[in-house]
Design a protein around this ligand. Sequence first.
Ligand SMILES: [Ca+2]
Ligand SMILES: [Ca+2]
Ligand SMILES: [Ca+2]
Ligand SMILES: [Ca+2]
Length: 389
Amino acid sequence: MHIFCFFEVKIELYFFLQDEYKANFHPNLSVGSTIMTVRAVDADELHNARVTYSIYEKKSAGVVGDLFEIDSNSGAILLKKSAAELENQVYQFFVRAQDGGNPPLHSEVPVEIYIMSHLDRPPVFEKRDSIVYIAENGPVGEVVTTLKASLGRGEDGEDDGGSIRYKLASAVYNSADSDPIFQIDDEGRVIVSSRLDREKRAVHKLTFLAETDTSPTLNAYYDLTVQVLDRNDCSPKFTANPYEVTVSEAVATNTPIVQVFAEDTDYGNNGEVRYSFYGDNQSDLFSIDPHHGWITTQGPLDYEKEKSYTLQVMAFDNGSPSLTATTLVKIAIIDVNDNPHHFSQQHYTAAVNEGALPGTIIFALETEDEDVTAKTDIEYFIVSGNDLG
Ligand SMILES: [Ca+2]
Ligand SMILES: [Ca+2]
Ligand SMILES: [Ca+2]
Ligand SMILES: [Ca+2]
């Protein structure tokens, strides 16, 4: 079985984690308290990790700035002076995040803060596990977890009534550019709405909003981390097919000549790759290291016997069941001059007329050499003879 996993390189711009931020608090909140925290992240963390926040007022400049301040490093919005007289007031403004790049990039997000009346009771989420685990490639519609928010009880102990709606507040999961991966229904069930792929994203950090149907809304947020567990759904993938290598016939036994490599992006055993030869055209002259993919000579090579080899190599992962990939390794042997010349006859005899003039061709010497491509220019020497020759 062959399954290839493809990877998209995603360039994420600088963005706020939510499309909007909402908060509500009672007018007796102490001065200096944190009301909420906004957060922008920069995918380009290496260069521009430093983000600074500021309150960005378009209209009614000064009003918001008198009451709230933002920690420029953390994005925490604090109450700057007493809100005791400001019951039922709603403040809407923007927070700007700016990075440390040159030129700096910035982005704004709308913020709504409602100072409740003494009687208002915002929703409260019931405590649940903040991390849930779910296997990749599960069925669409699978329930990850169920969240529940209820309205606090008024001073008379009665439920304040009214209904709560749930929303997924995380901006990246609400993008119009892609199909939603998670949804939350009216019952607070967090549902997988498209196939989860651990190789694309192993951890999803989600923030959910519960809000009343009143105006302005009363609300609460809940952070949930979904950790996607691996399944063995990626095959190993060789970096080449075929691998081609040339090697001198003179290399020593036990010489590593080529390394094959197959990548498997699954996790743990599912991504652990081993190598072997397979098929029937194998040669005892080569071995393969199962862990590192090195192919090594196991005996002397001889160009005069075999000019090339094609090895069939398989990679298999350690998953259950195991997934595999195959490739070819083509080894071309290079000839070297390793065979001695020898004369085509052991003895040569020739008759020479006594009166032959100097320079007469007596006979042509022929030699043979099994080295096919590595012929050298051959020089002949008369190593012994009489005074005349
Ligand atoms: Ca996958
Ligand atoms: Ca795998
Ligand atoms: Ca996987
Ligand atoms: Ca040779």
